[in-house]
Write a protein that binds this ligand. Structure first.
Ligand SMILES: NC(=O)c1ccc[n+]([C@@H]2O[C@H](COP(=O)([O-])OP(=O)(O)OC[C@H]3O[C@@H](n4cnc5c(N)ncnc54)[C@H](O)[C@@H]3O)[C@@H](O)[C@H]2O)c1
Length: 331
């Protein structure tokens, strides 16, 4: 493993901090990609388990010690959310590129500071917005950008299931971060209005059910239904365009994206009355690539070639929207 330059062609050395539920997926992918050099967790049992699993990587108990690992160029922070800001800041201050799991921080001011720090030091700061690398979400974006759907009027997300019931993070922060990252990516605007309503039924102060409404300067609107108290398991984003409508459904195996040739229209003979047109319903083939692998390959490409800070700014916009929705929820 050579690690001479962060913008050379050699494979960068990567460390993963946090080996709980999600970290092992990151470690597996980086190992497959031949870049995993270090691992870190405060839990001794996990350290022992991962020392056996990845004999070529060094396993650390202390994050700062891992930052001193010879040849380490980038770190992934997959620890609990309240630790993200502090660990990401320490890694950037130590000159490491950072991929920080979602949500990248708990306050917009924190991620603002991380964005500035990364820019000052010419380092990558990328939030783990997994869905942005999903080929189905990319297809939705392409349909919008190619004008296939006509002007986008409204977008809504459904992320519901019975469980997993969280007790330290509400449905907005735990589930909504996924849909918000996608909606802001599709719409390419920051909301001018952000409203949220919800309720904490099971754990005081932790909302299990949240409904959000966003309005954008262009007039587009968006809605989110986020809940772990629901009979339906749904992971869906619907885009209503003036000419066509499209749905990304992550619960579908083969039909991840469906395009509905349906729209309102005003035929000349209708004398100004609105009618509706229903045409074909079509599901394009979506590649079956693992979104996490695509996300991590993107991070490695940024580490090797440098980036323009787009990902860090996307992270900032998502946390900013989460913060405004939280104010509305609590207001
Ligand atoms: N992108 C996705 O789809 C996705 C899915 C699941 C989780 N996540 C995110 O991944 C992150 C971790 O979630 P999880 O469910 O794996 O949590 P977890 O609690 O299961 O694991 C976190 C691990 O971090 C370790 N840890 C805590 N503080 C540490 C520190 N200072 N240094 C090193 N290790 C430390 C803990 O011992 C634990 O093993 C969260 O941000 C979560 O939102 C993302």
């Amino acid at each position: 493993m050579t690690t001479e330059s962060s913008k050379g062609t050699a494979a960068p050395g990567i460390g993963v901090a946090g080996l709980g539920h999600w970290g092992p997926n990151l470690a597996r992918n980086f190992d497959d990609l031949g870049v995993l050099v270090a691992l870190c967790d405060v839990d001794p049992e996990l350290r022992e388990q991962f020392t056996r699993r990845y004999p070529n990587a060094r396993v650390y108990a202390d994050f700062d010690e891992m930052l001193g690992h010879a040849g380490l160029e980038g770190v992934v922070v997959a620890t609990p959310v309240p630790t993200h800001y502090e660990l990401a800041k320490r890694a950037l201050s130590a000159g490491k590129h950072v991929l920080v799991e979602k949500p990248p921080a708990m306050r917009a001011a924190e991620i603002d500071e991380l964005v500035d720090l990364a820019a000052e030091r010419d380092l990558v700061l990328m939030p783990g917005h997994l869905l942005l690398y999903h080929p189905g979400v990319r297809k939705l974006k392409q349909l919008i950008d190619d004008g296939e759907l006509g002007d986008v009027l409204c977008v809504y997300g459904n992320r519901q299931n019975l469980g997993i019931v969280r007790t330290n993070e509400n449905a907005l922060w735990s589930l909504g971060v996924h849909d918000l990252s996608v909606i802001l990516y599709l719409v390419e605007e920051e909301p001018s209005e952000a409203w949220a309503h919800g309720n904490a039924f099971l754990t005081p102060g932790v909302e299990d059910v949240v409904f959000c409404y966003l309005r954008f300067p262009s007039g587009k609107i968006a809605h989110l239904h986020l809940s772990w108290l629901d009979p339906h398991k749904m992971r869906k984003i619907t885009v209503v365009g003036r000419d066509k409508m499209a749905v990304f459904d992550d619960m579908e195996l083969d039909r991840k994206v469906t395009i509905y040739d349906k729209a309102p229209e005003q035929p000349a003979q209708s004398y100004g009355e609105w009618q509706t047109r229903t045409g074909d319903i079509f599901s394009p083939k979506i590649p079956n690539d693992e979104p996490l692998r695509l996300e991590l390959q993107h991070f490695l490409r940024l580490v090797r070639e440098g980036g323009d800070g787009t990902e860090a700014r996307d992270g900032l916009q998502v946390v900013r929207a989460l913060e405004r929705l939280t104010e509305s929820l609590r207001g």
